[in-house]
Design a protein around this ligand. Structure first.
Ligand code: GDP
Ligand code: ZN
Length: 301
């Protein structure tokens, strides 16, 4: 039976791109899925049965690598984390928060710094670039006045399912316009056809771009650790610099808060960005701990 990828879900139909011919079949899910609580998602690899020349019936959803809740997409490989260096100002706390969610979900980030034209000296941003690159996170610096800087993103999209993420106003649409002028047009047309605003729509679609696929809806509309099922242990593992140091902490499973002989704390005051990451880590830790207590109390009642 043919296999394919769900690239769009709309009004009860799943649009499946057959893996060899790349032909699109509009497929219905099966009643069976509902009983087994399987909701096919955009990004799912599926098996289907051809019913008419371009219609089919889903028979199986293959195992997922991961799934995002908002927006609902399966098998995401990469998140393009878009941050402007100015207006709005670069936000390290938000970056660290995104990175936790990305690490915890087994995704890869590509950090994209936009509006480089708005700072006259790169020195302000260079320490960040060097620090995050040293953790293995690739970074691309862009300006909409330098289209080539934006085209440098394209090779990263090949053979992957990617989603964009970032605050509004950081320049996500501007990036899309340069990477693929037809992309924006497509998403706008669909929003119009649905009679909804571009960002309020729940509709998700994967668009082909440079031999990869990119979701038309920004990823991670919620970064609530609790809602995303991130535990304190997972938080500690997701700060990869701290995780790497933790083998030198005296206590196994050290959470780097008040434990003695903590290798993570010993590194404090040596680098401003590291210090800020520690501050963020502490506040994320408190956030999770406090929420957990509230949750536990509710359970006790
Ligand atoms: P989005 O909300 O993330 O999609 O951001 P937009 O692409 O709509 O951009 C928000 C604003 O920032 C717009 O006024 C853009 O013209 C501006 N903008 C986007 N990229 C750049 C850039 O590289 N340099 C400058 N100076 N402005 C930019
Ligand atoms: Zn420690």
């Amino acid at each position: 039976m043919p296999r394919g990828l769900i690239t769009k879900a709309l009004s009860g139909f799943y649009y499946v791109e057959e893996e060899i011919t790349k032909k699109i079949y509009s497929c219905r899910g099966r009643g069976l899925f509902r009983n087994r609580k399987i909701t096919p998602l955009v990004g799912d690899q599926v098996v289907f049965q051809v019913e008419a020349h371009d219609e089919g019936l889903l028979t199986e959803v293959l195992e997922r690598k991961n799934e995002l809740i908002r927006p609902p997409i399966a098998n995401v490989d990469q998140v393009l984390l878009v941050f402007s260096v100015k207006s709005p100002d670069f936000n390290q706390t938000l970056l660290d928060r995104f990175l936790v969610v990305i690490e915890a979900n087994g995704l890869k980030p590509l950090i994209i710094l936009t509006k480089m034209d708005l700072i006259d000296n790169e020195d302000a941003i260079l320490p960040y670039v060097e620090y995050y690159q040293s953790l293995g996170y690739p970074i691309i610096k862009t300006s909409k006045y330098d289209p080539q800087s934006i085209k440098n993103i394209l090779p990263y999209l090949e053979n992957k399912i990617s989603v964009l993420a970032g605050q509004s106003g950081v320049g996500k649409s501007s990036l899309l316009n340069v990477m693929d002028p037809t992309f924006q047009l497509n998403t706008d047309e669909i929003s119009k056809a649905l009679g909804r605003g571009k960002h309020t729509t729940r509709h998700v679609e994967l668009f082909p771009i440079n031999n990869g696929l990119l979701a038309d809806t920004p990823g991670f509309s919620s970064l609530d650790f609790q809602e995303l099922n991130i535990s304190i242990d997972l938080l500690a593992e997701s700060f990869i610099d701290f995780f790497n140091l933790s083998q030198n902490c005296k206590y196994r499973g050290c959470l780097h808060i008040s434990e003695p002989k903590c290798a993570v704390k010993e590194q404090l005051n040596k680098n401003k960005i590291y210090d800020k990451r520690y501050e963020n880590y502490q506040s994320f830790y408190e956030e999770l701990k406090n929420k957990k207590i509230i949750y536990k109390k509710k359970e006790d009642l």
